[in-house]
Design a protein around this ligand. Structure first.
Ligand code: MN
Length: 228
């Protein structure tokens, strides 16, 4: 039996809606600028260039319903996104079989220290300091494909303290879920437990301590997260 030299880190898991099992997470891939209106609000051309991705860490996922305001920032933004959880993976997955690899879908927030991301962008530095910090990916349970199908359209909304901040529809994604899986699998070996955050519509903005965020996507329920 393997003797670990230090205490072993816990396996990060997400609840599975309606099941006693949990979904173990291996990696998190996040796509940038996947809704035209959000690309425009961030000062970019929304034409269909190649997609780009960054990663969060599995243990940045946070299904507690509480988002602790992070240090070294005064401009933390919400980004409301659909989460895609993979049951299997591989290399060079064709678009037309990509959805076979999906285990389920859920709701997630790609919380972003926008001020630190802005400094990193300007300096040509990596984005982790703005994106991959503790508790930076509040999320809900994973809904099984057998329950919710493969949502390719559906109204997405984020409210802060009851006021609508972000609105969009899954059908506005520039890169669709099967295309994202196929593209990622050309550059990385996808595997069971991988998670994709599929991008955010326009209306991103700051939150403050005490705020309540409510994210909903048609067919995937609602996620309520308070900023502590
Ligand atoms: Mn995002």
């Amino acid at each position: 039996m393997t003797q670990y030299a230090i205490e072993t880190p816990p396996v990060v898991t997400l609840p599975v809606a309606g099941e006693d099992t949990v979904f173990p997470v291996r990696r998190i891939y996040c796509i940038g600028r996947n809704y035209a209106a959000h690309a425009i609000e961030m000062g970019h051309d929304p034409d269909r260039e190649d997609p780009f991705f960054f990663q969060k860490n599995p243990d940045n996922l946070n299904a507690s319903g509480v988002f602790p305001y992070p240090p070294h920032t005064s401009d933390v933004h919400h980004e409301a996104e659909m989460l895609v959880a993979l049951r299997s993976g591989g290399k060079n997955i064709p678009v037309d079989t990509a959805l076979d690899h999906v285990f389920g879908y859920g709701l997630a927030l790609d919380m972003t220290r926008r001020d630190l991301q802005g400094v990193a962008k300007k300096a040509g530095r990596p984005w982790e300091i703005g994106k991959a910090f503790e508790h930076s990916a509040p999320c809900g349970p994973v809904h099984l494909v057998s329950e919710v199908g493969h949502p390719d359209q559906g109204y997405l909304e984020l409210k802060v303290n009851g006021e609508v901040r972000q609105q969009g529809d899954l059908n506005q994604m520039i890169w669709k879920v099967p295309e994202m899986i196929s593209y990622l699998s050309e550059y990385f070996e996808l595997a069971p437990g991988d998670v994709i955050l599929s991008g955010t519509p326009s209306g991103v903005g700051p939150v403050s301590v005490g705020d309540t965020m409510e994210l909903s996507i048609d067919g995937l329920g609602m996620l309520t997260v308070t900023v502590a």
